[in-house]
Write a protein that binds this ligand. Structure first.
Ligand code: SDX
Length: 428
């Protein structure tokens, strides 16, 4: 007998169906609540509300589990291949050799930007925020690829997805080069996804950037760790925009704007700035912890805490271990890693963090790894976006392909003034 929830409201009692997920998580289906009772539920940060059923990513926040299409993320660390994970997330299974080769060719065919973009880059100030440029340029793809504004079949969807995933690197690299007044370095069709991005970022016209296998693997891993995370703020944004049947470029451009926020993807920048303040002696780790606990102080311990993880973020664990492995292999030193370790140790034995179950999240160590690759702090959130793009596309596609999906339009509880009358200006 399927489980039911009983809701008693005034003299009314109604039965609500209970939905059971793959891992036994339960949800009370209230989709008929307002029709049957006239009332709505109230959950302002949606922390208790499932807005969709999804088969893409599973998180168990209590146990610190993260799986992409059922595969634990730890299993992608051996030989990290971001494009393979992107394909898995979007199409729901691991690609065959031929499928991966075809996807790689499609990305190579789409790695260049229309030359019209050059003028766009020249028109922005050199100190323009990279996330503003990224969002604008992703939206601009709609101008240069108008045939992909409405995706009628699988082929056109794959085309749009490949253009976004391939061109996002070129946009990010050109934006970085523009900020330094350096010439654009065009993509090299012989290079794999991450190597090509590093080439476009750091090569100079007369000297190709030397790809270190450890760095290439580390960048694949950073992107994989960011690839999807179920209904986070930026993914929900992509779904909301996509639910109005807006095109894929617009939905991903909107998601970039949400990710920009310091409470979301912008936290990886805040973490490095926090560690640098400690490194420069502006504040001690102990003082940092004290400020984070002080309710009268808006400062938070960036890279710590999470809406879903009430345990160690498995991505933080992997990124921390990767920092140590890459640093040892390359004989690289960064005192910010030592400071991060100290800050983590202090927080994890402090009752304020323990009681609230605040642990390092994906942003706590990701920046230190990106720094080791020579990626500047103001490009960190752009790198988060490059990693998250396949997740946004996968989630958008899942909603787009669902015949039952409708425009996302939440309700509200009105607390404004009761009915009143207009007062003409002459009488105010
Ligand atoms: C990402 O959703 C996702 O999946 C996001 C993400 C993804 O992959 O898409 O995982 C990526 O966004 C990671 C989070 C990056 N942000 C930060 O590191 C910023 C610092 N963290 C916090 O701002 C906070 O932890 C959030 C925003 C991440 C979560 O916020 P919640 O769930 O709304 O938590 P909350 O504000 O309700 O906090 C509960 C308590 C509060 O104290 P009390 O009111 O109970 O006394 O914990 C405190 C908070 O003040 N708290 C912190 C804290 N995080 C929470 N106190 C100090 N430092 C912190 N970092």
């Amino acid at each position: 007998m399927p489980e039911k929830a009983i809701l008693k409201l005034g003299d009314k009692t109604i039965e609500l169906p209970v939905i059971i997920g793959t891992e036994g998580e339960r949800g009370i289906d209230i989709s008929r609540l307002r029709d049957e009772t006239g009332v709505v539920t109230y959950d302002p940060s949606l922390g208790n509300t499932a807005v969709c059923k999804s088969a893409i990513t599973f998180i168990d926040g209590e146990k610190g589990i993260l799986r992409y299409r059922g595969i634990p993320i730890e299993q992608f660390t051996e030989k990290p291949n971001f494009m393979e994970v992107a394909w898995l997330l979007i199409f729901g299974r691991l690609p065959s050799k031929e499928e991966l080769a075809r996807f790689r060719d499609r990305l190579t065919d789409n790695e260049l930007l229309h030359e019209g973009f050059r003028h766009q880059f020249q028109s922005v100030p050199v100190d323009a925020p990279p996330m503003a440029i990224l969002s604008a340029m992703l939206s601009q793809l709609a101008c240069f690829h108008q045939e992909l504004l409405s995706l009628q079949d699988e082929e056109s969807f794959e085309d749009a997805a490949a253009r976004l995933i391939s061109k996002v690197r070129t946009i990010a690299a050109f934006s970085y080069r523009r900020s330094l007044g350096l010439p654009f370095i065009y993509p090299d069709p012989k290079l794999r996804y991450c190597a090509n991005f590093l080439h476009m970022m750091f090569s100079i016209p007369y000297q190709q950037y030397i790809i270190t296998p450890e760095i290439e693997d580390a960048l694949n891993l950073v992107f994989i760790m960011h690839a999807d995370h179920e209904q986070n703020c930026s993914t929900s944004t992509a779904r909301v925009v996509g639910s109005a049947k807006a095109n894929l470029f617009a939905s991903c451009a909107a998601a970039v704007c949400a990710l920009w926020g310091p409470l979301h993807g912008g936290a990886n920048v805040e973490v490095i700035e926090m560690l640098e303040r400690i490194h420069k002696g502006g504040v001690t780790p102990e003082e940092c912890i004290r400020q984070a606990k002080d309710k009268s102080n808006p400062f938070r311990l960036f890279g710590f805490g999470h809406r879903v993880y009430k345990n160690y973020d498995p991505r933080a664990k992997i990124l921390k271990a990767t920092c140590e492995k890459v640093f040892a292999k390359l004989h690289h030193k960064d005192e910010l890693l030592d400071i991060a370790r100290k800050l983590e140790a202090l927080a994890l034995k402090d009752s304020y963090f323990v009681e609230r179950r605040l642990y390092p999240n994906v942003d706590f160590y990701s920046g230190i790894l990106l720094r080791a690759m020579g990626i500047p702090t103001n490009v960190f959130t752009v790198c988060f976006a490059i990693g998250r793009l396949p997740g946004w596309i996968a989630q958008w596609k899942e909603q787009h392909d669902d015949p039952t999906s409708r425009i996302l339009r939440p309700r509200q509880i009105y607390v404004g003034p009761p009915q009143g009358d207009y007062v003409p200006l002459s009488k105010r």
